[in-house]
Design a protein around this ligand. Structure first.
Ligand SMILES: C[S@@+](CC[C@H](N)C(=O)[O-])C[C@H]1O[C@@H](n2cnc3c(N)ncnc32)[C@H](O)[C@@H]1O
Length: 275
C-alpha cells in the first residue's frame, strides 16, 4: 500500500472494533443479534450532521430497487445500510480499512441487510470494478484524505455508467485558511488534503460531469456541531456514538470541527453531478 494510504489507514485504525461496538450496543439495551439501521445511526454515520445529512443527500438521489450504488469510503457502512433499507437499492461499499469493512459486513448481517449490501477493502484511487458498473456513486467525507483529486473523481467517473450520478457531502477548505487540528479525518496536516470547494467543479467538468445540485450546508453543520458539543459538555460521551471510531481525542476533534466552522476554516457542501 502507498505510504499516504498507510498513514490514512493508521489514522482510522481502532482495534477490536467489532467487540467494542457490540458491547456498546448491548450496554445501550439493544438486541445485538437483531439490529436496525436506526439503532446504529448514532454510531455509523461518520460525517458532519450524521444521519440527517445522509437523509438529505438521499432525498436528492431518487433511488429505487433498480439502482446499483457505490459508496466510496464507506467506513462501517452506515450510509450503505440506510440507502438499502430506505430505498431498496443494492449498495457496494469500499474502504481502505479492512477492519471497517469487516464491521460493516457484520452490522449489515445483524440488520438483515447482507443481501443488499457488500463491503470490500480497496482504495478509492484503484476501484476494483469494471467501467460503467454503477448507476450512482456516493461519497461523504473521504476526499479530504486524498491529495490526487483528479484521480479520485476520475475513478468514480470510470465506474459510473453514462447518465449515472455522483452525490457527495464533503468538507472543503474555507476562506480563513488551514484548520485547527486534530479533526476527525486527521491529527495534523500530513494526511489532510483540503482544497477550496471551487476547485472541485472544474475537475468534474473536465471529466465530463454536469452539475445538477450544489448547496453550501456549513451553517446547518455548525448548528448541529454546537448542539453536539453542548451535549458532550453536559452529559459526557453517549454510550453509542461515532466517538467509538475516533480514539481518545474524539472530544478535541469535535470541538475543533465546531471552531473550524465558526472561523470559516472549513465549509461543507452537498452536491449532485451527472456523468
Ligand atoms: C470520515 S470517514 C467517512 C466514512 C463514511 N463515508 C461516512 O460518512 O460514514 C472517512 C473514510 O474514508 C476512508 N478513506 C480515506 N481514504 C481512502 C482511500 N484512498 N480509499 C478508500 N477509502 C478511504 C477512511 O478509511 C474512512 O473510513
Amino acid at each position: 500500500m502507498h505510504s499516504q494510504q498507510q498513514a490514512v489507514s493508521a489514522h482510522y485504525a481502532v482495534g477490536d472494533l467489532a467487540e467494542r461496538v457490540l458491547a456498546a450496543l448491548k450496554a445501550a439495551g439493544k438486541d445485538v443479534e437483531h439490529l436496525t439501521h436506526a439503532d446504529l445511526a448514532p454510531l455509523d454515520a461518520f460525517h458532519i450532521r450524521g444521519r440527517d445529512a445522509t437523509r438529505e443527500l438521499a432525498a436528492l438521489a431518487h433511488l429505487d430497487a433498480s439502482h446499483a450504488v457505490l459508496d466510496v469510503g464507506c467506513a462501517i457502512g452506515g450510509s450503505a445500510r440506510y440507502l438499502a433499507a430506505q430505498h431498496g437499492c443494492r449498495v457496494t461499499g469500499i474502504d481502505l480499512s479492512a477492519e471497517f469493512c469487516e464491521v460493516a459486513a457484520l452490522l449489515s448481517a445483524r440488520c438483515g441487510l447482507a443481501g443488499q449490501t457488500t463491503f470490500r477493502a480497496a482504495s478509492a484511487l484503484e476501484l476494483p470494478f469494471p467501467a460503467a458498473s454503477f448507476d450512482v456513486a456516493w461519497t461523504e467525507h473521504v476526499q479530504m484524505n486524498i491529495a490526487d483529486k483528479a484521480r479520485f473523481y476520475g475513478e468514480i467517473g470510470r465506474v459510473l455508467r453514462p447518465g449515472g450520478r455522483l452525490l457527495f457531502h464533503d468538507v472543503f477548505l474555507g476562506p480563513a485558511g488551514e484548520p485547527h487540528y486534530p479533526v476527525p479525518w486527521a491529527r495534523d496536516a500530513a494526511i489532510s488534503h483540503l482544497q477550496p470547494a471551487g476547485a472541485v467543479a472544474p475537475i468534474l467538468a473536465a471529466l465530463g460531469f454536469r452539475q445538477r445540485h450544489w448547496e453550501d450546508v456549513s451553517a446547518r453543520s455548525l448548528d448541529w456541531y454546537r448542539a453536539r458539543v453542548q451535549k458532550l459538555d453536559a452529559r459526557g460521551p453517549a454510550p453509542v456514538g461515532i466517538h467509538l471510531l475516533m480514539g481518545a481525542d474524539a472530544g478535541q476533534k469535535f470541538r475543533n470541527v465546531t471552531r473550524n466552522l465558526e472561523e470559516a476554516r472549513i465549509v461543507v457542501v452537498q452536491a449532485v453531478f451527472e456523468k
